[in-house]
Design a protein around this ligand. Structure first.
Ligand code: CP
Ligand code: NVA
Length: 321
């Protein structure tokens, strides 16, 4: 039984298979006779909002020959306190797979364990694995490869998206930098979990800089409060909302604390001349990215959004093969 619960738990060869196969999946859309979900019904259980993930999975499941039902928390008894283990044991007897977006990573892992059907993490507070697979595919499409590239994340470096990036860098061997104030950087224990055992601290003009590397894959991590340093020479500038779902009560404080952590023309000036700008969306112009930079790079950003569909279909195919 395969699941996609996190990048942390994925084997590098499975990540590589999905990234390679997505090229074929995208190219054959509308013409493929390969319908690996024929006869299957999948459930999508979402306790957080979603546009891209929901639509790409609903369309993707149908395009692969399956049926899909969307169950928001309020539609099912989970919203009234039925435990995830019971929901999982019921759905496991009725549907063939599940896509879950929620808060606790443990809930997705428990669902997979109790349902005994293929289970996909469609975002938790800990990781957003489907997003990062799409992002790597998009980099491969735009820059030829993600290997030896430098990806710089600017903004809330302590949320789910950069966490999945750290695990991906460790497994696939590229450089991932985070520009964020100390309190919005990931915990060092996350670097250790990802296998980075050479962690060094040095002081920079704007504060402490953490550098970590993983000689076995060639992966490198830089955590710095200095946006310009982090963007210098980068192939990809990447950002995400400053206020992740569930953090709405902290919105004003986060926006103030992160106001200098924005992708804009100043950062593009120091990045590689051919650098691309990516955003997992939804975007908040004037916060994590300025409106001009967003529009100038909208083609890449919306290709990235479209690629959610092609990547989700490949993930589904991988899970049932
Ligand atoms: N990027 C992403 O996961 O978007 P949604 O929240 O709209 O699904
Ligand atoms: N970090 C964001 C990602 C949204 C796709 C969140 O969790 O809300």
């Amino acid at each position: 039984m395969k699941h996609l619960l996190s990048i942390e738990k994925m084997a590098p060869e499975d990540l590589e298979w999905i990234l390679a196969e997505t090229t074929n999946m995208k190219a054959s859309r509308g013409r493929s006779q390969d319908l690996p979900l024929t006869g299957q019904t999948w459930a999508m259980i979402f306790t957080k909002s979603s546009t891209r993930t929901r639509v790409s999975f609903e369309v993707g499941i149908r395009e692969l020959g399956g049926w899909v039902m969307f169950l928001s928390k309020n539609d099912i008894q989970m919203g009234r306190g039925e435990p995830i283990e019971d929901t999982a044991r019921v759905l496991g007897r009725m549907v063939h797979g599940a896509v879950i977006r929620t808060f606790a990573q443990k809930d997705v892992e428990d669902f997979a364990q109790y349902s005994n059907i293929p289970t996909i993490n469609a975002l938790t507070d800990a990781e957003h694995p489907c997003q990062i697979l799409t992002d790597l595919f998009t980099i491969q499409e735009k820059l030829g490869t993600y290997r030896n590239k430098i990806v710089t994340f600017v903004g809330d470096g302590a949320c789910n998206v950069p966490a999945s990036w750290i695990f991906a860098a460790a497994k696939l061997g590229f450089e991932f930098r985070i520009a964020a104030p100390k309190e919005f950087q990931p915990l060092l224990s996350l670097l250790e979990r990802a296998g980075f055992n050479h962690v060094q601290s040095q002081s920079g003009a704007k504060g402490e800089i953490i550098r970590a590397n993983l000689p076995s894959t060639g992966a490198r991590i830089v955590l710095t409060p200095d946006c310009v340093d982090a963007a210098t020479g980068a192939d990809v500038l990447y950002t995400d909302t400053l206020v992740s779902m569930g953090k709405e009560a902290e919105a004003a404080g986060r926006i103030e604390a992160l106001k200098d952590y924005q992708i804009n023309a100043n950062l593009l000036k120091v990045a590689q001349p051919a650098a691309i700008v990516m955003h997992c969306l939804p975007a908040y112009r004037g916060k994590e990215i300025d409106a001009e930079t967003f529009e100038a790079h909208a083609d890449t950003i919306f290709d990235q959004a479209e690629n959610r569909l092609h990547t989700q279909k490949t993930i589904l195919k991988w899970l049932v093969s």
